[in-house]
Design a binder for this molecule. Structure first.
Ligand code: FMN
Length: 184
């Protein structure tokens, strides 16, 4: 069943935007109507049946605009299926799972979302030169570590779960009360 899905992302250098676009492409292939948007450009989410939110991780924190998005839309997100992801680890530790920052954990609990999926990130040579002192660290950490197969597989599972969401048809479209949350 086709659903309306928002894929929202917060990025500084663009890597997380690329992940969000890949998720959007996979969800569209399941027949869903998908908007991929930078969080700062989103004012209303009532139109959507499900939301995927991702943030880049810097110094163990989510981007502030992603946290603001969760806070501003807590009530509507509680009534929808929500999936979270973050993009961060690079270099030899790029396959290490990142726990969600405390603030994000609290907000995720409030909206009933499961813990964020971790995706490896990307660090450009220029960025690495800006904050890493040694050439060895730069050589190890700079690069594009995003795992497109893992990202697609995750989005594929979400696509199937979204298809199974029950939406009551007797409510007005866009009415938050019209979506019944039931994680599969
Ligand atoms: C100054 C700096 C701090 C970072 N801190 C973290 C961190 O705490 N945890 C992490 O997993 N990745 C960290 N990273 C890696 C970034 O999260 C990674 O490069 C990410 O893909 C950037 O996403 P963006 O291009 O969407 O901004 C850091 C990168 C920089 C440049």
């Amino acid at each position: 069943m086709s659903r309306k899905v928002l894929v929202a992302y917060a990025t500084k250098m663009g890597a997380t935007a690329g992940i969000a676009e890949a998720i959007g492409t996979e969800l569209r292939s399941h027949g869903h109507q998908v908007d991929v948007r930078e969080v700062g450009q989103i004012s209303r989410i009532s139109w959507y049946d499900a939301v995927v939110l991702g943030s880049a991780v810097y110094a163990h924190r989510w981007r502030p605009e992603a946290v603001t998005f969760l806070r501003h839309h807590t009530k509507e997100l509680r009534d929808r299926q929500v999936w979270l992801f973050h993009s961060g680890p690079v270099g030899p530790a790029s396959d290490q799972l990142q726990s969600m920052p405390r603030k994000v954990q609290r907000l995720a609990r409030r909206i009933g979302a499961t813990p964020a999926m971790t995706f490896a990130g990307k660090l450009t040579q220029e960025t690495a030169e800006g904050f890493l002192a040694t050439r060895m660290a730069r050589t190890q950490l700079a690069g594009d570590f995003r795992d497109w197969d893992l990202i697609s597989a995750w989005a594929k599972d979400i696509g199937a779960a979204i298809s199974a969401i029950e939406v009551s048809t007797w409510h007005r479209p866009g009415d938050p009360a019209s979506t019944q949350k039931s994680h599969t």
